[in-house]
Structure formats: C-alpha cells, structure tokens
Design a protein around this ligand. Structure first.
Ligand SMILES: Cc1ncc(COP(=O)(O)O)c(C=O)c1O
Length: 339
C-alpha cells in the first residue's frame, strides 16, 4: 500500500488527542435552555474575534449560511452572490427551499465582486421584480482556489450594497486562512458585514461546527431559525470544547499555505499542468494533456488523493494532517508520473 496523502479537502482532518480529551472532560448543559457553559464560551470567543456583539454555534457551514439568508430576507426576495460562491454551487438549492428566495449569481471567475456587479442587478422598484435584499461574499473564495477577498474590494462592494439598503453576509468558512495569509485581523474583514459565518471543522481541525456572528437582535433571530431547522443541540459543549482548541490552530494555517505553495511550485515545473499560484491552502491546477479524471486516477494509485474541479481541473487542499513527508510524497509522485 502506498502512503496516503489526502488532499481532497481540509475537512478530512482527525481531531487531535487534546481535542478528544477536552471533549471527554467538557463541562456541559442543555444548550437549548442556554445552559451549556462551553458553548457559551465558544460563542463569546468567536464573537470577540470577529468583532461582533453575539454569536451562535451551529452544526455546519451550510446551516450557518442558510440561517443568515433566512434572517436577512423575505420569501420572494433575491440574493446577490458571486457565481463562484459555495452558496450557489454546493448548498443543495437550500435558499429556494428554506427561505423561498432566488439567487442572483454575478461576477467573474475570481469570485471577487466589483461594486458594479451589485449596483447593476439591484431591483425591486416595480411590482413584477423580486426585491434584492442581501449580498453574500465569501472569504477565502473556495472555488477560485482559496483567493483572499481584498479588504478594499470588500469595503467598496459593501458601500454599494449599503447605498441600496441591502444587508451583507460573509461566508467566512476559511476567513481564518485570509487572516493567516495577510495579517489582517478577522474583525477587520468582518466589519462590513451584518453577519459572518466561520467554520471550525475546515483547516482548524475541529470535528464539527460553525459559528454565525452578528448583532444581538440578528443572532436572537438566528437561534429561532436554528431551532426551526433542527439545529438546536443539547450537551453540545462536547463539540464546542474541540472548537475552542481549534481556534488556537489559526497561526498554524501558515504552514498549510507554505506547503500549498511548494506543491504548486512543483506542478508549475511540469509541462502537464497549469497552476494558479495559491494565496492560501487551496491549489487549483489544469491538466493540459489528459482529462482531470485520468490524472486523478493515476495520482490515487500512488496514494495522492485530490478532487475533480472541472473536466480539466483538479483541486488539492492542504491542511494540518498533511506533514512534510506527505508533501514530499505528493511532489515526488508528480515528478515520477509527469516529469
Ligand atoms: C466556502 C464554504 N462555505 C461553506 C461550506 C459549508 O460547510 P459545511 O460543509 O460545514 O456545511 C464550505 C464547505 O466546504 C465551504 O467551502
């Protein structure tokens, strides 16, 4: 059996022994009654990091995003998202079913919107138009290879949205990576948004959980919506305990970024690939000679696991369970197979 290097996603990490210990020993209570001290602690800590007044612990990133959509919109509204966004591509059509809203995907392949992308689609002046009520951005942009959403672009788009009295939500599943890459605090990236959802179970390595942050009023409404969706959990301090430790892993994301860069450098030296230099932990690369599925199978046979991202595109994601040995195995496999 070859050594396995799992680069499919940063969600494949195993909880650390410290996390398992903290989970076993967590002080817990019934969180639906607001009585779980470990959940409270996690919510307060994340609200503080994001510079928001309040926060609510939810089971997943999708649930956090969908709760945000529900609290910001009315059925029949339209929500502006980047064409590259996770909310548009990978949330099972939830906005239509849960909030009764339609999505308006805009922008180019970078997933970074310009003010005009928002200004040109705002509508609602006539009875026959849906009413635009919300803009959602994503940072980092997963489908654009973990691109950091530049602070200036966020501010410009937010200004355009505010001019039209639109609410703003940030899908910050990997906001931690944006901060690790730029040194800009999470709170600065978050300041333009009414709500921000962050994930603990991606690069930070917690087994479960996301946190949605915003004003006290919005988060109170979010708690009602979480319950409605079946996301009210009881002794969930067991999960929050791992989440609290995960927050201490933020600095270590820089090591994932460095490994992603080394892997991308190796790919770029190979005529078989075109690679976008990564800003964070996600490497997108095009296969120039063969289909992505053929390349994926060849890599898989050598124990290097990646995911397809299009007929000629693959994605490799670096995370805390990829060691230097794993990186070297992935690089030597690329050299061995593709020269
Ligand atoms: C940008 C982004 N948002 C949201 C999610 C959803 O998170 P979850 O899988 O926890 O529902 C993901 C998952 O990969 C993601 O990449």
């Amino acid at each position: 059996m070859p050594e396995i290097v799992d680069l499919r996603s940063d969600t494949v990490t195993q909880p650390t022994p410290e996390m398992r210990r903290a989970m076993a020993e967590a002080e817990v209570g019934d969180d639906v009654f607001g009585e779980d001290p470990t959940v409270r602690k996690l919510e307060e800590r994340v609200a503080d990091i994001l510079g928001k007044k309040s926060a609510v612990f939810v089971p997943s990133g999708v649930m956090g995003n969908q709760i945000a959509l529900a609290v910001h919109t009315q059925p029949g509204d339209e929500v502006v998202v980047a064409e590259r966004s996770h909310i548009f591509h990978y949330e099972s059509g939830a906005p239509g079913q849960i909030s009764g809203v339609q999505l308006r995907p805009v922008g180019d392949e970078t997933g970074i919107l310009k003010p005009i992308d928002v200004e040109s689609v705002v509508r609602g002046a006539f009875d026959w138009e849906p009413r635009t009520s919300l803009v959602c951005l994503e940072n980092t942009v997963n489908k654009a290879g973990g691109l950091v959403y530049p602070l200036d672009d966020i501010r410009r788009v937010a200004e355009a949205a505010r001019a039209h009295e639109l609410a703003l939500h940030l899908d910050g599943a990997r906001l931690w990576n944006a901060t690790a890459a730029t040194g800009t605090p999470e709170s600065e990236f978050s300041a333009s948004f009414d709500t921000v959802n962050v994930c603990l179970s991606k690069g930070l390595g917690a087994p479960v959980g996301s946190v949605l942050a915003g004003s006290e009023a919005l988060i109170q409404e979010a708690r009602r919506m979480r319950k409605r969706l079946g996301g009210g959990m009881r002794q969930s301090g067991i999960l929050a305990a791992a989440g609290l430790l995960a927050l201490d892993h933020r600095e270590q994301l820089k090591a994932d970024h460095a490994r992603a860069k080394s892997f991308a450098d190796a790919l770029s030296r190979c005529a078989a690939f075109r690679v976008v230099p990564p800003e964070t932990n996600i490497v997108l690369f095009d296969t120039l000679d063969e289909d992505a599925s053929t390349v994926l199978e060849k890599l898989e046979e050598e124990g290097v696991r990646v995911v397809p991202f299009g007929p000629k595109t693959l994605r490799a994601t670096f995370h805390r369970d990829v060691t230097d040995d794993g990186l070297n195995h992935a690089i030597s496999t690329i050299r061995k197979l593709f020269g």
